[in-house]
Each structure stands twice: as structure tokens, then as C-alpha cells.
Write a protein that binds this ligand. Sequence first.
Ligand code: GTP
Ligand code: MG
Length: 174
Amino acid sequence: SNGSTDSKSLRVKLVLLGDSGVGKSCIVLRFVRGQFDPTSKVTIGASFLSQTIALQDSTSVKFEIWDTAGQERYAALAPLYYRGAAVAVIVYDITSPESFNKAQYWVKELQKHGSPDIVLALVGNKADLHESREVPTQDGVEYAEKNGMFFIETSAKTADNISHLFQEIGKRLP
Ligand code: GTP
Ligand code: MG
């Protein structure tokens, strides 16, 4: 370092994975543009966006975000996007146990084929739909704990925990 006022800047490849419809694109749109799209279209292939944040220690982190397509027909493309990724955000929908199972599939896939030092985050999205909840918070907490992952529940709709998610990821970067 060349002075106490200097701060680090990092560039981080991040991939979002999870079932179609869990809200990956909405999480990204909320994080990058501060918006919510109730008529969000399914992602075709993948889309790319970037966003820079400042951590509390004033490290600047530029997230280069690959928002993958969750539809089954695109599953074979996933390795193209998670290869070399420093962070994988695996998303499910708290109203869908099926999407929680799919999240567990992605965790195993990343543990086998992701970078050895990858930061894994498990995200239960649509937390605003608490009356339709079918995946207890505790199930997410326990699964994440067992697998050494960061866990959080978010709502892209209300913005709840969205910036917190990326701050926490930033803190966990090697
Ligand atoms: P694929 O691109 O097919 O993989 O789906 P996706 O995971 O990107 O889902 P997307 O972000 O397009 O959201 C799917 C639907 O869920 C849309 O109708 C969104 O408006 C809705 N949605 C996303 N996030 C939330 C949320 O936090 N709360 C609620 N209530 N609805 C949400
Ligand atoms: Mg999408």
C-alpha cells in the first residue's frame, strides 16, 4: 500500500443460478437499477450486468454479474457462466419446495465443478410472500450451515435484504 487513504478495488465475477421464476433477474434489476418488474420475462441464455459497491472499509467491488436462464433447456449452458466465477448466488423461491431442491442440486454442482475457493450464497427470495411460504427459514439456515454457505432471505419486490446480500458477499471475498 502507498498510503493510509488508499483503498482496494476488486473486480468479481458473480453468477446467479436457480430454477426459472425464482426471481434471479428481479434481484439483479433491484440491485443494479433499484427497480422491480412484476412482468419480468424469462431469461434466454443469460444476461450480463455490472454494478460497483463500496464496502464499509471503503474497498470498491465491481460485480460482473451473469444472470443465467433457469429453464431446463438452458441447464447445459451453466458451466460456461460459473466457470471462473468467484461468487455463485443460488436462488430459490420460499413458496416453492421444488425450487429449494433445485438450489441444492446447484450447490452440489458448484461444489464439484466450481472454483475451489468460490464464495457460495444461498438466497430464499420472495420473502414478501410470507402467507404462501412453503420453505421454512430454518431449512435454508441449516442447509447453508452444513455446506459452509452464506444464507439470506430477500425480496426483489420490496428490496428487503437485496443490498445487504451484496454487501455480505463483498465481505466474504478472499
Ligand atoms: P428465469 O429467467 O426463467 O430463470 O427466471 P428468473 O429467476 O430470472 O425470474 P424473474 O426474475 O424473471 O421473476 C419471475 C417472476 O417472479 C416475475 O413475475 C417477478 O415479478 C416475480 N418476482 C421476482 N422476485 C420477486 C419477489 O421478491 N417477490 C414477489 N412477490 N415476486 C417476485
Ligand atoms: Mg431471469
